[in-house]
Design a binder for this molecule. Structure first.
Ligand SMILES: [Zn+2]
Length: 303
């Protein structure tokens, strides 16, 4: 009989140098060697090798943490289950109860006000920004996204737990009464929309825009994705989903901003399986509003 547990090549926390640990899904819950830690408050991802302390904010890769602990980074084959333990929940509790990121320099620079910080519960963990991924009722934490700005002003993205199809789910619920919903690429798109008095939800990474048909039911949507290939493909995918429902989408991506390389990759991806559906959609009286020049796209495909 086939095992339900997946055997994967992972880092062995013991070999890396962690003395006591418990594994929950992909995360090993460990004691942090970078601060005076009396109960496990750090996570070591056995798949990615990423170490992160939810209390002091220290972040290291596998090689760095192994070196610090006098261990090694050899991998082992291990069956890991998908379940999440109460230890991991209590780790996440540290983030959930961390202070709000008020007057945060990075957030201020990106135009995010304290009101928005409060509304979305953006947390400050050590010097990092933590964004919570919660369920529809904001009762359960499904995942955490951490943004860390290092000494060289480079931004590092750390991701824990699940990514939902759109973010935030709870916001989506309140936006149901709106006639038009903005869908942005990334969390900061939601913040920017909020600062401008608009309600938006974000796809977490345009390339995986797994926007389900249920999100498009009886609605009008504005897709505000970046003018690059990922943003364009996410727009096309979203339009395909929207066409199956009764909704309308207004994309913002300029096709002309794509370069030849992008076009070749679009051909390879064969994402547009049935072009006539797009033409029908455009014939439906909205072509003036649709800045995405789909007809132009189809012409170029035929050449
Ligand atoms: Zn620590």
């Amino acid at each position: 009989m086939k095992s339900l547990l997946q055997r994967r090549s992972v880092f062995n926390p013991k070999a890396v140098g962690f003395n006591s640990f418990s594994v929950s899904g992909d995360e090993a819950i460990v004691v942090c060697p970078y601060h005076d830690d009396h109960r496990p408050s750090a996570s070591f991802n056995i798949v990615t090798g990423l170490f992160y302390c939810f209390t002091c904010g220290e972040a290291k890769n596998a090689a760095q943490i192994a070196k610090a602990l006098g261990g090694s980074t050899e991998r082992v084959k291990l069956a890991i289950s998908k379940s999440r333990s109460s230890e991991l929940n209590s780790l996440w509790h540290i983030v959930k109860t961390s202070p709000l990121a008020m007057n945060n320099e990075y957030l201020e620079k990106r135009g995010v006000s304290n009101d928005t910080v409060e509304k979305f519960g953006i947390r400050s963990v050590s010097n990092d920004i933590a964004i919570l991924i919660e369920d529809f009722r904001r009762e359960e934490l499904l995942g955490i996204q951490i943004r860390r700005i290092d000494e060289n002003n480079k931004i590092k993205y750390l991701s824990f737990g699940n990514k939902t199809a759109v973010w935030p789910l709870w916001h989506f619920k309140y936006s149901k009464k709106l006639s038009r919903l903005f869908i942005t690429e990334g969390i900061f798109g939601v913040f920017n929309a909020e600062e401008n008095g608009r309600t938006a939800v974000a796809t977490l990474g345009a390339a995986n825009a797994a926007i389900s048909a249920s999100f498009f039911r009886r609605r009008s949507h504005c897709l505000l994705f970046d003018p690059d290939l990922a943003g364009y493909l996410a727009t096309v995918k979203s339009m395909c989903v929207a066409l199956e429902s009764t909704s309308t989408v207004f994309p913002s991506v300029e096709v002309d901003s794509l370069n030849d390389d992008d076009w070749n990759r679009i051909e390879d991806a064969k994402l547009i399986k049935n072009p006539s559906r797009f033409l029908r959609h455009l014939d439906n009286g909205i072509q003036d509003m649709v800045r995405l020049d789909m007809i132009n796209f189809l012409e170029r495909r035929r050449q």
